[in-house]
Design a protein around this ligand. Structure first.
Ligand code: ZN
Length: 238
């Protein structure tokens, strides 16, 4: 995680939603119509797990691989749009959030050029924040609707990973704020599962997989058995 102090001056400099932010249009053939008249209510964040943005761009636009995303943001802040927001990109796959599946029909997908093993660069985070603001404004998406791939596909996906600075997004109202750090004193697994489900983690997985997914999002440094600190971020979310 980046040090919290590093995000503060950047926060005040984040432009309003009225500032134009123009991606490079690089169309992918890998998309279709959103099903059942659905419109985006979620934004799913990913890392590419590839060595370069160009490699990721090639893959996300290759009909053989049948994957895509709406946007890709490079380490240096260069960013590309591959699928129109009104269309259904193929980035989320199997999984669910708040009991709902077909996340592709309900979401905008953003890929971040990162192997998963190193911090996310400042230019990349700055563009991500600006892009999130614009998408959230366009589709009236609540901060709680900004999630990680690992949130909706626990045990199957691990991105955007332990190096992603969720706290920075939360402080800027670009992701749902975590609950009271004091939280509950005990850590019964039933309560943990109930709190996780209420927060959106509804996929049918075992206790250990669920704990790993919740830790990836809120406390990736967490190890060992379930502790009260694992329940705390799931309480009183706003
Ligand atoms: Zn992903």
């Amino acid at each position: 995680m980046a040090t919290p102090a590093a995000g503060i001056p950047v926060h005040s400099a984040v432009p309003s939603t009225t500032e134009s932010l123009s991606p490079i249009w690089h169309p992918s053939p890998n998309f279709g119509p959103r099903r059942d008249g659905l419109t985006p209510s979620l934004i799913v964040l990913h890392y590419t797990a590839m060595d370069s943005a160009q490699d990721a761009l090639d893959r996300l636009c290759d009909p053989v691989h049948e994957v895509s995303a709406h946007y890709l943001i490079g380490v240096d802040g260069t960013f590309w749009q591959m699928v129109r927001e009104r269309d259904r990109a193929w980035h989320a796959g199997a999984g669910e959030w708040h009991g709902q599946n077909d996340i592709n029909s309900r979401s905008i997908g953003i890929e971040l050029d990162n192997t998963g093993r190193h911090p996310f660069s400042e230019p990349q985070m700055n563009v991500l924040e600006r892009l999130l603001r614009q998408i959230m404004h366009r589709w009236a998406i609540h901060p709680n609707g900004v999630i990680g791939h690992s949130d909706m596909a626990p045990g199957r996906k691990f991105d955007p990973g332990s190096r992603f600075d969720w706290l920075r997004l939360e402080r800027n109202a670009l992701a749902g704020r975590r609950g009271d750090p004091e939280g509950p004193r005990d850590a019964p697994v039933d309560q943990f599962r109930a709190l996780a489900r209420a927060a959106g983690f509804s996929a049918d997985v075992d206790d250990e997989t669920l704990l790993s997914a919740v830790r990836l999002r809120y406390r990736p440094w967490g190890k060992g058995p379930l502790r009260s600190a694992d329940l705390a971020p799931l309480t009183k979310q706003t």
